[in-house]
Design a protein around this ligand. Sequence first.
Ligand code: BES
Ligand code: MN
Ligand code: ZN
Length: 523
Amino acid sequence: MDITARKGRIEDEPADAVLLIHCEGERRLAPAAAAVDARLRGRLAGLITSGEFTGRLGQVSILHVAPGERLRAKRVVLAGLGKRKDASLEKLRQAAGSAAKAIRTAGAKSFAVPVQDLAGLLTSVPAVNRVRDVAQTLAEGAILGLYRFTTYYTERTDETAKAVRKMSVVAGDPRALAQARQGVRQGQIIGEATTYVRDLCNHPANVVTPTYIANEAKKIARERGVRAKVLDRPAMQRLGMGALLGVARGSHEPPKFVILEYRGGPRGARPVALVGKTVTFDSGGISLKPADNMELMKADMTGGAVVLATVRAASRLRLPVNIVALIPATENMPGGSATKPGDILTSLSGKTIEVINTDAEGRLILADGLTYANRYKPSVVVDIATLTGACAVALGKHAIGLLGNNDRLIGELKAAGEQCGERAWQLPLWEEYYEQIKSDVADVKNTGGRPGGTITAAAFLSKFVGGARWAHLDIASTDWSDREQAYIPKGATGVGARLLIRFLSNRANGRKAIGRRANGKRT
Ligand code: BES
Ligand code: MN
Ligand code: ZN
C-alpha cells in the first residue's frame, strides 16, 4: 500500500473513502468530521443521534455520498475509538485496523484520514511529536489490519481481488504535515517489518528452511548494504557449535548460522546483539510432539524472522545504532542419527549439556548463539524465541515473557513494549531455580521439569551469556493468534519486531540526548 501525508482539508479530499474517528458516547463531531458532515446535510450526526453508531472501539459505519452532496470522496467511514478518557495509541491502532478492513470489504481502493483532531484527543502522548505518533499509528494499524496471507491460493475470489492501494494522512498546516510525513514513513517501515515476519512464519516449513532464512539474510544484506555471513555445517563444526549441531543431526535440511551486521551508530560503539531462535520446524525430535497442532511448529522460527525484520527496519529507518544479529537456524527432526535423550553435547562455550528432552531444542541452539555474541563485546544482548509452552500458562496470550540479568535493560524492554503495544512482563530468575537444571552427568541439563518452565529455560540460557548484560523474550504464546483481532489476523502475529525496533530507536534517542549533554560530543 502506498501511504502519503498530504496538506489539505478532509472535506476536499478525492478518495474512495474518507475515514473519521469518533469517541464513544459523544454527540459533538470533531472539527474535521463536522466539516464533512456539513456537506452531508447532517447525515453523520444522524447516525450518532439515532444510536446506530455509538463510537465503541472497533465499530465501523459506512455512508455513501449521495449525488448533490458536495464531497469529492465516494464514501464516508465512521470508526469508533472507545471512550475519550481511555484514548491511546493502541486503541487508535485497533480502530485504524478495523476501519481499513471495512474499507477494503466495501471495495474502496483508496482512503484519506485527517490527523489533527486525533492528535488533540491523545493527551497521554507527549505533545511535541503527537501528530507524528498519530500518523505512525494510523499507518501501522492500516497495514497490519489489511495483512492477508494468500500466497498459496490459486483461485482468485471476489474477496481476495479487493485491495486498498492508497492511504493519505491529511494535515491542515505545514508543521503538522512535516510531522505526519515522518510518522507515515515510520509507520510504513514498522508495519512492513511486522508483515515481513508474518509472511515468513505463515509460509510452510517445506518452503522456509534454514537455507531459505540464510538467503533472506543475504537479500537484506544486498538491498540494505549491511554485512551478512552464513556459516554452514563444516564451519560450525570447526568452531565447535555442538549444541546447535546436536539439534540439526536428525534433519536432512542443512543448518545455517547467520550473522548480520548493521552499522548505523558511531564507529567503535559497542553493538546491540540480537539472537533469534530459528527452528524452521520443531517436531520435537526423538521426544516427538503429539500430532495435534504440530503444524503450528512451522512458526518456531519467529525469533529469527523478528531479528531479520528488525535489522531491515533499522536500516530503512537509519537508526544510529550498531547491531549484530545472530540467527542459529535448523530443523528439529527425529532422524536415524538424531540426538537422543541422555546424549551429552559440548556447546560452543565448552560447557557440556545433557539432553533430557530433545523437544527443548530452542535453548540448545540459543546457547551457541549467545556464546557467539560474546565475540562482539556487545553493549547488551537480547534474545527472542518461541521457547516454552509454559509461557502461555504463566502469562496467557497477552504478554511476552521477559527475563534477564540486568534491571535497566529489562526496564528498557518493558517500556518499549508499552509504547508500541507489544507488552512484555518480567518473570523472576532467582538462584533457587537453578537447582532444577543441574545434571548428574554434565554441566547442565536441558530441561527443568514442569514447574516454572519458562524460568528454567531462561536460567539455562543465562549460563551461556558470559558476562554480558542480557535479556530474553519468550514469544511462545504471543507469536500466533487463533482468532482474528482488530489489527492481528488469525495465524502469525509478527510479534516482536515492533518491540525490538522501538527498543533500538529509544536507545538511539537516548544516546542523542546524552551526547547533547556532553557538550555535543557523542558518547
Ligand atoms: N517450540 C517449543 C515451544 C512452543 C510450544 C512454542 C508451543 C509455541 C507453542 C519448544 O521448542 C518446546 O518444545 N518446548 C518444550 C520444552 C519442554 C520439553 C521442557 C515445551 O514447552 O513443552
Ligand atoms: Mn521443541
Ligand atoms: Zn521449539
